[in-house]
Each structure stands twice: as structure tokens, then as C-alpha cells.
Design a protein around this ligand. Structure first.
Ligand code: HEM
Length: 118
């Protein structure tokens, strides 16, 4: 079973992205990057992206991670760490086990160099 199915499919990913974005926007370590970003559109992309990395049906048509983030000046490892931390907290709130959270964190971590354009 894919992690996507295990978490509960489409509805669970919807819930995860909504909770996750609320956390992101409340977090002063990273929320400045989302000033002026269309969060409804962003949530859609993030849902499709999460679905894909969790092994669900692939409907992600957004930019690749390097293209999608290279205009964000000053982005560094601490920002990626914060995002991965908030994603983990989100999944924990949804009842996901530590082992599965570790897998998602590893997937998110695998795009770190692309997100940081290095
Ligand atoms: C850790 C892994 C990350 C993943 C998987 C991820 C995923 C995504 C995706 C799928 C998009 C949409 C790309 C598109 O426009 O087509 C996006 C855009 C964006 N990401 Fe990330 N992201 C990550 C890290 C970060 C970090 C660390 C920050 C800043 C703290 C960040 C801030 C943004 C912003 C501001 C946008 C929207 C840019 C814009 O529309 O101008 N992301 N991200």
C-alpha cells in the first residue's frame, strides 16, 4: 500500500495541506516568503505535489522544485528544516506514525538541494 493510501487518500492529503499551510503562515521563520502569494493556487499545487510524493495518482503539473523556488532570495537550510518540521507536526496531528512521518520527511529532504538551487 502506498503511503498515500495508508494516510487516507485524497481527503487526508486535503486535510494535511490545509493544516500545513495554516502552520506555515503562522511561523515567523518562514511566513515572509508567502507574502503576496496566492494561497488558494499554492494549496492546489501543494496537494498535487504531496499526492505525487506519497505515491498517489500523479497530477502535479507545476514547476520543478528548482524553477519553483529560485526567485526566493535568501532561502537556506533553516527554512527547509522549518518546512519539514511543520509537515511532520501536521502529519502527527492527523495520527500518522513516526515511521511514516520519517519517510515523508526523507522525501521532502530529497528535494532540498533543488529548492535551495545548489
Ligand atoms: C522542502 C520541500 C519543499 C517542497 C516539496 C515545496 C513544494 C512547492 C511546490 C510544489 C510549489 C509550487 C511550484 C509552482 O509554482 O509550480 C512551491 C512554491 C513555493 N514554495 Fe515551496 N516547497 C518546499 C520548500 C519551500 C521552502 C523551504 C520555502 C520557504 C520557506 C518555500 C516557499 C515557497 C513559495 C513562497 C512558493 C510560491 C512561489 C510563488 O508562487 O512565487 N518552499 N513549493
Amino acid at each position: 500500500m502506498s503511503l498515500y493510501e495508508k494516510l487516507g487518500g485524497d481527503a487526508a492529503v486535503d486535510a494535511a495541506v490545509d493544516i500545513f499551510y495554516r502552520k506555515v503562515l503562522m511561523d515567523d521563520r518562514i511566513n515572509q516568503y508567502f507574502d503576496g502569494v496566492d494561497m488558494a493556487g499554492q494549496s492546489q499545487k501543494q496537494k498535487a505535489f504531496l499526492t505525487m510524493v506519497l505515491g498517489g495518482p500523479n497530477s502535479y503539473t507545476g514547476k520543478d522544485m528548482r524553477e519553483g523556488h529560485k526567485h526566493l532570495t535568501g532561502l537556506n537550510d533553516t527554512h527547509v528544516d522549518a518546512v519539514i518540521e511543520l509537515l511532520g507536526e501536521t502529519l502527527k496531528e492527523l495520527g500518522v506514525g513516526d515511521e511514516d512521518i520519517g519517510e515523508v520527511a526523507a522525501l521532502a529532504n530529497s528535494v532540498r538541494d533543488d529548492v535551495l538551487n545548489r
